[in-house]
Design a protein around this ligand. Structure first.
Ligand code: GLU
Length: 591
């Protein structure tokens, strides 16, 4: 980008921020059934952008990037070009399932002691680590979009980013969720002058019902549309990112010390998104494809399903089902903690972890009584075939309530299940000055303990993720695609969605709406209120299960493929003020 080009573009962009609402908010519904393609996301503007691209002849990959780019405008605290993510996609022309890894990398100068306070040698608090340059990884989202579009899309970045750019310029109507998210993360946004300038109106959250514009992100999108990913990873924008990380634009209001991070323009220039083989597990006749690489999602969901598979859950009571899920989840999370990290840096026993033989060994540990948690990890290596990294990851081309999941399908059999994030809500809190987007705090997903066997920080390494975008086939045909945000609760929610839908026969909207639980090898299992306040909890306690209440867990979306050939897009009906489902041609059918 030249300075002159930037100035011209800026002049065309309307002045910043809010006016009384006059713009139309797109319709928002949690379920849509029809043909021609389907989109589910957590925001109606984003879903509308995806439908617009599908109607214009784009495929599911094109539409998914359009949805994601729009989320970066209307839900900028959840996922954006300042972060990274994972996309599982089905190529309709070949039936092949593949994945795109756009996880952030640590700067080349990061060491295992990255999160230790140099003065004390002790780990920093999570909050202090997060609200700093230390937490920021090299963003991968733009490289991931370019890779996905180049190999599997039909449109270019300029075409698919256009709807989002127009929304950023014209503005969108702030809803209650947006206002609440800004308020809830005020201390992060207020800590940096660039974030105050970009996200706050007169020092406060934009109010519900007003129109919010972000001309800075519109200009940034136009740069990327014009020059491709190079506009992000090289030149003035890359320099602005590295500067913001190494010299955060502090406002002086942070309640904790804001430490500088480690990132160079070379780290940005050398970033590559990669294409990886998916994880695959066979569960009662369904083929489940998930995310490998630095995500623990596909492996851990697969291991839990394998442990559960020999049990006919549909014949059990709700309490018995939950007991089995709790016990299987604790066992798989113990293995996740012991073995899963970035396979480019650590040997990961992928084959062992999702082998039926290893699952049988783990399943034999489950009794009618609750185990004492945390439980110990097992040893999957004997089931790994001695391969070290069991999936053929190396053979894949290095081509080059936070977080958000979108699911898109078209009428050509292409499917995208895509989770992306800037980690915490509002990430590190640092906005790249003048460019309109927040930088992630993804490096706090590393273990702060430099001796952690699989997930200690290192230069260039990717921190372990829980993101679990998933595609399920039955008899080789698309059955359902889904995912969710929610930190490590992502894994337990995806697991529960799959059990509800595949095993217990709930239609996808019911599977999403059902109350959730989460057991991650911690003493207590979290339950949402409808379960926590039900008699089921007494029976769980009678077995020795410890339980606690978690008010709301995660914001899932999915698309299921109905027997009559129509598609059903589904989003949350209530959690986090609900999501938005849409189809190209509604049939008016009920599920
Ligand atoms: N950083 C998290 C992960 O990669 C995602 C953030 C979230 O959903 O909380 O697993």
């Amino acid at each position: 980008m030249t300075t002159a080009a930037c100035a011209v573009t800026l002049a065309l962009v309307p002045a910043h921020h809010t006016v009384a609402a006059s713009a139309r908010t797109p319709d928002k519904q949690p379920v849509a059934i029809g043909t021609g393609g389907a989109v589910a996301s957590l925001d109606p503007y984003a879903t509308e952008s995806g439908l617009e691209i599908l109607r214009a002849g784009g495929n599911a990959v094109d539409a998914a990037v359009a949805v994601a780019a729009t989320l970066g405008v209307v839900r900028p605290y959840d996922g954006s070009i300042g972060g990274g993510g994972f996309m599982v996609l089905r190529d309709g022309s070949t039936g092949k399932i593949t994945t795109i890894n756009s996880r952030e990398t640590a700067g080349s100068q990061v060491t295992p002691e990255h999160f230790l306070d140099p003065a004390t040698g002790e780990p920093l608090s999570f909050t202090e680590a997060r609200r700093s340059g230390l937490s920021v990884g090299v963003p991968g989202t733009v490289a991931g979009w370019q890779l996905a579009l180049g190999k599997y899309g039909t449109m270019n970045l300029a075409e698919v980013m256009d709807p989002a750019t127009m929304i950023a310029k014209r503005g969108f109507v702030v809803d209650a969720e947006y206002q609440a998210r800004t308020q809830d993360n005020f201390s992060y946004l207020n800590a940096f002058t660039s974030s105050q300038d970009t996200w706050l109106i007169d020092g406060a959250a934009p109010k519900e019902g007003t129109v919010f514009r972000n001309p800075d992100i519109a200009r940034t999108y136009e740069l990327i549309a014009r020059d491709g990913a190079d506009a992000f990873y090289k030149g003035p924008l890359a320099k602005a990112i590295a500067d913001a990380v190494t010299n955060p634009p502090v406002s002086g209001t942070s309640p904790t010390e804001v430490r500088p991070g480690k990132m160079t323009t070379e780290d940005l220039a050398s970033y590559r998104a990669t294409e990886l083989a998916p994880t695959h597990s066979d569960y009662n006749g369904y083929d489940i494809y998930g995310m490998a690489g630095p995500s623990s999602g596909g492996t851990t969901v697969g291991e839990i399903l394998n442990i559960l598979e020999p049990t006919d859950l549909s014949g059990l009571s709700e309490e018995e089902i939950l007991h089995k899920i709790i016990e299987a989840s604790a066992l798989a999370f113990a293995d996740r903690e012991a073995y899963l990290g970035d396979p480019d840096y650590e040997s990961v026993p992928y084959k062992g972890l999702i082998s039926d033989e290893y699952a049988a060994e783990r399943q034999a540990l489950i009794t009618d009584a609750a185990s004492a948690k945390p439980v110990a990890s097992g040893n999957p290596w004997p089931y790994d075939g001695g391969a070290g990294v069991g999936l053929d990851l190396a053979a894949n081309s290095p081509a080059g309530g936070q977080t958000t999941h979108l699911t898109v399908a078209d009428n050509q059999g292409n499917i995208v299940s895509y989770t992306f994030t800037i980690e915490g809500i509002a990430g590190s809190g640092i906005t790249v000055p003048g460019y309109g987007f927040l930088l992630n705090n993804e490096l706090t997903d590393f273990s702060f303990d430099p001796k952690h066997p699989a997930n200690a920080p290192a230069g260039g390494k990717r921190s372990r993720s829980s993101m679990s975008p998933t595609i399920v086939l039955k008899d080789g045909e698309p059955y359902v695609a889904l995912g969710t945000p929610g930190g490590s609760r992502i894994i337990t929610t995806v697991l529960q969605l799959l059990v509800n839908h595949l095993e217990l026969g709930m239609p996808l909207p019911e599977a999403i709406a059902a109350p959730r639980i989460s057991q991650r090898n911690t003493t207590s299992t979290e339950l949402e209120p409808p379960l926590y306040n039900s008699p089921t909890v007494d029976a769980l306690r009678a077995r020795g299960q410890k339980v606690s209440q978690n008010v709301v867990m995660n914001n899932a979306t999915g698309v299921s493929f109905l027997p009559d050939g129509t598609m059903l897009a589904a989003a949350e009906p209530e959690r986090y003020h609900g999501g938005a489902a849409g189809v190209v041609r509604p049939t008016g059918a009920q599920y």
